[in-house]
Design a protein around this ligand. Sequence first.
Ligand code: NAP
Length: 383
Amino acid sequence: MIRLAILGSTGSVGQQALDVVRELPDEFEVVALAAGGNAGLLHAQASEFAPSALFARPGHDADALRAATSAEWQPLEAMVIREDVDLVLVATSGLAALPATIAALRAGKPVAIANKETLVVGGPAVRAALDAGRGLGGELRPVDSEHSAIWQCLWGEAPDSVERLTLTASGGAFRDYEPSELEAVTAAQALAHPTWKMGPKITIDSATLFNKGLEAIEARWLFDVPLDRVEILQHRESVVHSMVTFRDGSVKAQLGEPDMRLPIQVALTYPHRGAAKPAPALDLARRGSLTFGSVDAERFPALGIALEAGRREDTSAAAISGADESAVAHFLAGRIRFTEIGRLLAQALDAHEPQRTGDLEALLAAEAWGRRFVDSRVAAGVR
Ligand SMILES: NC(=O)c1ccc[n+]([C@@H]2O[C@H](COP(=O)([O-])OP(=O)(O)OC[C@H]3O[C@@H](n4cnc5c(N)ncnc54)[C@H](OP(=O)(O)O)[C@@H]3O)[C@@H](O)[C@H]2O)c1
């Protein structure tokens, strides 16, 4: 039995992780669940899985659950280092679980990580925690489908045999739109992803392609490969989840129907393959063809901005990540246009005064600066 802590159990990834657990009841025991504001769903999950520890953000429903449960009420950092936790799944949004991720790795816990912002903002600090806890059992297992694919391609391969990582990109909701059409698109249109069902922030980031930039930076920290050896390839069908090119010219890819439950299961059952088939079977004869092409960087400037910030290897990626959190929230609230997200990110990258440091406080300060920068621009109507 693997004893699991799931941070963000009420979100898109968290709920799918519980689906995986339901299919493999002899392999997993849920010992800790943490949510943000959806204490109602957390309550239902607690009734089903009877965890020993719980957390939700304070509020009416959370207070009621806390009063009703016999489970220990613990902040995320304390929850992940519990003795009875064997594996932590980080499926929260934003930076809610950055300190807990660092605490878990330092304590020698394996961490399956879906959350991007933790690595994009805190990459140097997370890697330092991984180095500190590795001897105790600390490891990072990717959950994002692209990184899971690369991870699986790398199993059994020597690190110095890797030439290039290729992240595939569906192209998001607006892959067939002309640049002029993008000015008027709505949040509802941007939220209609062509191949994946995900939470709102990542879906908007997929529509701007900023998400692919975040993924490239995430790959840099997960696999310790410089950003100039990570390339992006448009692949509309999201069947080839990503690829690795080796120094002898061999290319390995991992394929599957687009369904997050498979990479989640791979991360939870590693180093074994789980007995359940959580995603629909891939039928290539029925699919007939798969298509590939280059990404239109002009139509999607947010991608280039993210990559430029990542290449600098300083606080720029943190600042841009914060700026994007804020810009996406303003877009979802109807305060700015879709195309203004990219413009605000470009302004934030220009205005940021970077520091070359891996210090967590400096990285978090840069992230907070990015949010404030965008908030002030939007409030002033300058964008
Ligand atoms: N969805 C996908 O298919 C997918 C794929 C690859 C990577 N990712 C990455 O995985 C992460 C999660 O994505 P998602 O789509 O699952 O997001 P989501 O649906 O928005 O879920 C976010 C989760 O985080 C919880 N949360 C927010 N603030 C919290 C706090 N302060 N303390 C504890 N929990 C908190 C939310 O709780 P409440 O709902 O209770 O507020 C919810 O459970 C993101 O970084 C995303 O980029 C997602």
